[in-house]
Design a protein around this ligand. Structure first.
Ligand SMILES: C[S@@+](CC[C@H](N)C(=O)[O-])C[C@H]1O[C@@H](n2cnc3c(N)ncnc32)[C@H](O)[C@@H]1O
Length: 226
């Protein structure tokens, strides 16, 4: 990209690097990570199902999902390299064959995926961007949902989680105004209780320790529409 070119997407994440990686982690980034690159034009690799986790942090949920669903290929997207290194350590230790990692903005990958190929999408505790002037950086927005809807199978699952009250209202507004997604909750317990296959994430643990309440929005990709 030329130095003065505008990036295609407004950044929805902060820094992509924290403290230096330990030699074991750096080794995984150098040796294992290149072997786990997804193939956007033919992402399934013979697996029965495809799932996408956007912003997996340290990978707690991604690793547990992959271990419990060996018939599904999971593509995890996360630009924060320290989180990626942590997830790589989990993949290495648990010898999980069904995870691919994309270490850039997930929207670049989604754009390159074929139509209607993803079964499930997880966006768990996306950065809240709480200041009003930063709201436009929120990952959950009509444009992201439209991009996702193209590559999401009709009837497919979308799980959103947040602990941020203002973002929860924003998410529901985006969802309810979007023709391709439907929020399936019937009662309060549906958004206050984690899904059955839930694994607590690092961010969630922090947030609960600080007294905030996680909310879970189960949605479905509509059968009708494009
Ligand atoms: C608040 S953290 C939550 C991490 C994790 N889901 C958890 O619950 O512990 C949000 C994460 O989303 C990642 N993220 C934000 N925008 C992203 C994007 N466009 N593509 C991929 N990851 C993104 C950030 O780097 C960050 O690690």
């Amino acid at each position: 990209m030329p130095a003065n070119a505008q990036p295609k997407f407004l950044a929805s994440f902060g820094r992509n690097r924290g403290r230096s990686l330990r030699p074991y982690q750096q080794g995984l980034v150098d040796e294992l990570l290149p072997k786990l690159a997804p193939n956007p034009s033919a992402p399934m690799e013979g697996y029965a199902k495809l799932a996408l986790e956007i912003g997996f942090g340290g990978g707690e949920h991604l690793l547990a999902q992959a271990a419990h669903n060996p018939d599904t290929l999971f593509i995890g997207c996360e630009p924060f390299i320290n989180g990626v290194a942590k997830c790589l350590a989990g993949i290495d230790t648990k010898k999980l064959p069904n995870i691919r990692l994309f270490t850039d903005d997930a929207r670049k990958l989604i754009e390159a995926l074929p139509d209607a190929c993803i079964d499930s999408v997880f966006i768990l505790f996306p950065d809240p961007w709480p200041k009003a002037r930063h709201n436009k950086r929120r990952l959950v927005n009509p444009e992201t949902l439209s991009m996702l809807a193209r590559s999401h199978k009709k009837g497919g699952r979308l799980l959103l989680a947040t602990d941020h009250v203002d973002y929860s209202v924003w998410m529901l507004e985006v969802l309810q105004n979007h023709p391709d997604y439907e929020w399936t909750a019937k009662c309060q317990a549906d958004w206050k209780t984690p899904p059955k296959d839930w694994t607590e994430t690092k961010y969630q643990r922090k947030t609960t320790d600080q007294g905030r309440e996680p909310l879970f929005f189960e949605c479905v990709r509509n059968q009708w529409g494009h």
